[in-house]
Design a protein around this ligand. Sequence first.
Ligand SMILES: Nc1ncnc2c1ncn2[C@@H]1O[C@H](COP(=O)(O)OP(=O)(O)OP(=O)(O)O)[C@@H](O)[C@H]1O
Length: 364
Amino acid sequence: MAKITLDNLAHSYLPNPTGPDDYALKELNHDWTDGEAYALLGASGCGKSTLLNIISGLLRPSHGRVLFDGHDITDAPTAERNIAQVFQFPVVYDTMTVRENLAFPLKNRGHDAAEIARRVQKVGAMIDMEAELDRKARGLTADAKQKISLGRGMVREDVNALLFDEPLTVIDPHMKWELRTQLKKLHHDFGHTMIYVTHDQTEALTFADKVVVMYDGRVVQIGTPQELFERPAHTFVGYFIGSPGMNLFDATLDGRVGRVGEAVIDLGGHYEAPGRTQIGVRPEFIRLQSGGDGLPARVTRVEDVGRHKIVRLDVMGTEISAIAGEGDAIPADIDRIGFAPEGINVYADDWRVAPSGATAGKAA
Ligand SMILES: Nc1ncnc2c1ncn2[C@@H]1O[C@H](COP(=O)(O)OP(=O)(O)OP(=O)(O)O)[C@@H](O)[C@H]1O
């Protein structure tokens, strides 16, 4: 296992990039802690695969360096990096049996037969294919083949890192949950450094110790699921994580006071921020009121989603979401909303501002 350092890393697919827009990956400095499980989360095209392929050596970065445990491996070929990578679509040898496919990475590195048999049996159980170990891969479903790919990725215990690029895309929903649980268990048992690329927040939040959120070629926040929920460093994190995402209100700031339209909001701390300022409040922290302080609101829809209700409101022409308990009645006379103080975040030009006034959370 290894610590992975990204040092002034950036990548442009263009031969002569002239500005930030020409970079698929904007400059990034970060240490990926040895033995931690990371999810790389973001919308399609934000640069996740570019970053993963740089770490694995499939792509040489146009700027900066990659280090494994302090050794510069920027120019080392994939084979020398001692990593396992699982892709979105299965990569299996059709003419081999499932067992031979799983054994392949170990055989290649000269492991002895007993060790190979032990690991293959264990991984075969993990992917729920013990009964099919002696079947040829040809003719198996895409789903089964992807399980073999995952198994092959997990079969070696001595890798520097395990990289997964949307590996569960072709897997059926029930098995997805099962495999994700297995991957987490594997991480717990062996402590591999794992990087898991996904655009699915549930997958990211359930799998990872730390989630790396990417937006438009930039890492906008690296944090635990709780940090991403409570203190989104960028409005994109607020919007992308959570269901529904964070509500944003254009606001003017005056020390402890925020003004949204006519409403005056106690921000709970002193803020000074230039640029376009907004208040972000997750639906969980919106209070439904009839009368009193707050912003004028009109309930437009109530969606019962099982564990709770999502209440949609029109607040000064903008759709706002609030979450109410499963058993909560939604009175007809709701005409205002308020904010729970602990749920308020302040943003300037999309980046979170800490109460002291300093811009916080901007990832390098
Ligand atoms: N080989 C390439 N040549 C030129 N541009 C590329 C190449 N590969 C990716 N890009 C561009 O780089 C940007 C980042 O792509 P990347 O595949 O890293 O994103 P992603 O977040 O992994 O997306 P997805 O989830 O759709 O795979 C995109 O604008 C994409 O069009």
